[in-house]
Design a protein around this ligand. Structure first.
Ligand SMILES: *Cc1c(COP(=O)(O)O)cnc(C)c1O
Length: 514
């Protein structure tokens, strides 16, 4: 950037910037409309031409494509040239999230309403940390949080929450409050002030073996280490076994270790399993343990008339993680952390003179930074708000019913195919299975299944996931697209069988897979 030039006193450089920002000026509005219009057209074109969920391009060729252009050119560019280039370079080789055969991860097609909301969010650029950067936005987020607390049946009045970047942050927050509450409650020790107490190495968290890896990650970040997380075996449907939890608690007591939290999962990432929430809540209450429920995936079923009861008991949680960028069909990133008792936020609260001075609290000025691990934070609540306004609870609930029912129909297709093995009945909207054919070694079956996934990705015909269940490599479909049909997915199932059987034949011929 050039400084100086002929600017004199009024301008520091030779440039005029009015058109670089959206202001009230007509010329600036014209530029904005033009840029938005061209971006929208490129995006629409992308979806119109995407006949497969992925182009099939490999990582190296994509890197080379991006490297053809300097990241930071010296002079200004023009949108009419850049946007088609981005279409070619970027959009054409992205996973087509709205394609029915893009079904690997908890990676949803975003609702139209939420896409429009993104425009307003970024356009106004509110920052949720302090009220003077997000006046009305603060109020909208607070009201959406209040609605969420009631959706999860948390006590009116005491409960509270905040929007987060997703389950990772929400789980960290839950365990942080649990840890700090335990230290204060049992030892009168403020971890916020004094760091970990000497007893900290004896602290333990309990979760099922199918809990999300972010439980361990959080424990590490909280200074407790992975070894502080004790994983409890699951039953055949992937739910934490209550008898095994009781046994673990006895064992911990004998070893003089100190359990402080149970993490229940409401919708495990692979099987969609929901831990027995009422039983876990009763145990947590009895032993004075914090119950954090990770409903990142499953929380959305509360919108459904048909499936809401899957989450019965969740209202007894001390804290809850829920993601909207999964089964709520919101663009990334969008999640929330809810807490039963608002006063627990005292463990993370700090006052910065420039941002949220204590005086503001006394004057009733809401600065949401005191509820979040983030400082600058997006107004993601508007996406959910606008989606709820435009789509409505009933229709959203039916979308969830649709993907859950789709999973059960697809599971039936898998079960009917003699070459495939369904590894669990679906609970939410995932189907986990593997190609088996006539193969009998788990190792070989694993290899064939890994090759099947790679082959479908390389050709771009379907984006499906891999995972491991009971030490076996298998395939996973995560169905989050209510416009997908079982016929389309059925054809992928058939392809999986034919790719698998070709690999199997190759193996029988050569005794190894190339
Ligand atoms: C996705 C997921 C997470 C992680 O959430 P992010 O939004 O990716 O940070 C945690 N727990 C479960 C059960 C999940 O499905």
């Amino acid at each position: 950037m050039r400084i100086g030039g002929r600017g004199g006193k009024r301008r520091m450089t030779e440039y005029a910037y009015e058109n670089d920002f959206l202001t009230g000026k007509e010329e600036s509005q014209r530029t904005y409309r033009q840029l938005m219009h061209e971006s929208v057209e490129v995006l629409i074109q992308h979806f119109a031409s995407a006949d497969k969920p992925y182009s099939g391009a490999d990582p190296l060729s994509l890197r080379d494509g991006v490297r053809r252009y300097p990241v930071c050119p010296e002079e200004e560019g023009n949108a009419a040239e850049l946007l088609p280039r981005l279409g070619e370079l970027l959009l054409q080789h992205s996973a087509v999230v709205t394609h029915p055969l893009c079904m690997a991860h908890l990676h949803c097609p975003p609702l139209q309403a939420s896409l429009a909301a993104e425009l307003l969010i970024t356009g106004t650029n509110a920052s949720m940390d302090s009220w003077d950067q997000s006046m009305s936005a603060t109020m909208v987020e607070q009201e959406v949080v209040r609605w969420l607390c009631s959706l999860f049946s948390l006590p009116e009045g005491g409960s509270d929450g905040v929007f987060t970047s997703g389950g990772t942050q929400s789980n960290l927050m839950g365990l942080l409050l649990a840890r700090d509450h335990y230290a204060e409650d049992r030892w009168g020790w403020s971890i916020q002030q004094r760091g970990l107490p000497p007893e900290a190495s004896r602290l333990r968290v309990l979760c099922s073996e199918a809990a999300h890896f972010t439980v361990k990650q959080s424990a590490a970040l909280l200074g407790l280490g992975h070894e502080s997380v004790m994983t409890i075996p699951c039953d055949e449907r992937g739910r934490m076994r209550v008898d095994a939890l009781e046994k673990a608690l006895l064992q911990l007591r004998e070893l003089e270790l100190l359990p402080f939290a149970i993490v229940a999962t409401a919708g495990t990432t692979d099987l969609g399993a929901v831990d027995p929430l009422p039983e876990l809540a009763a145990i947590a209450r009895r032993d004075r343990l914090w119950l954090h429920t990770d409903a990142a995936y499953g929380g959305a079923v509360l919108l459904s008339d048909q499936y809401a009861s899957l989450l019965d008991g969740i209202e007894a949680s001390d804290s809850i993680a829920v993601d909207f960028h999964k089964l709520f069909f919101q663009p990334i990133s969008c999640g929330a952390f809810l807490v039963r008792e608002r006063s627990m936020y005292r463990y993370v609260r700090l006052h910065a003179d420039y941002l949220n001075p204590q005086r503001d609290d006394e004057d009733g000025v809401p600065n949401l930074v005191g509820k979040s691990l983030q400082t600058t934070r997006r107004f993601d609540a508007l996406k959910l708000y606008m989606s709820l306004q435009l789509v409505g609870r009933k229709r959203l609930g039916c979308m969830i019913d649709t993907v859950i029912e789709l999973a059960s129909v697809v599971a039936e297709q898998v079960r009917r195919s003699p070459a495939l093995e369904l590894l669990a009945e679906p609970v939410l909207s995932t189907v986990v299975f593997r190609y088996r054919g006539e193969l009998d070694s788990d190792e070989l079956i694993g290899e064939v299944n890994r090759h099947i996934r790679e082959e479908l990705l390389r050709s771009g015909e379907a984006v499906i996931a891999r995972t491991r269940l009971q030490q076996n490599d298998c395939l996973k479909l995560t169905l989050l697209n209510p416009t997908a049909t079982s016929a389309e997915i059925g054809r992928v199932i058939e392809r999986i069988v034919s790719v698998g059987s070709a690999l199997e034949q190759q193996h029988t011929k050569q005794y190894h897979i190339v």
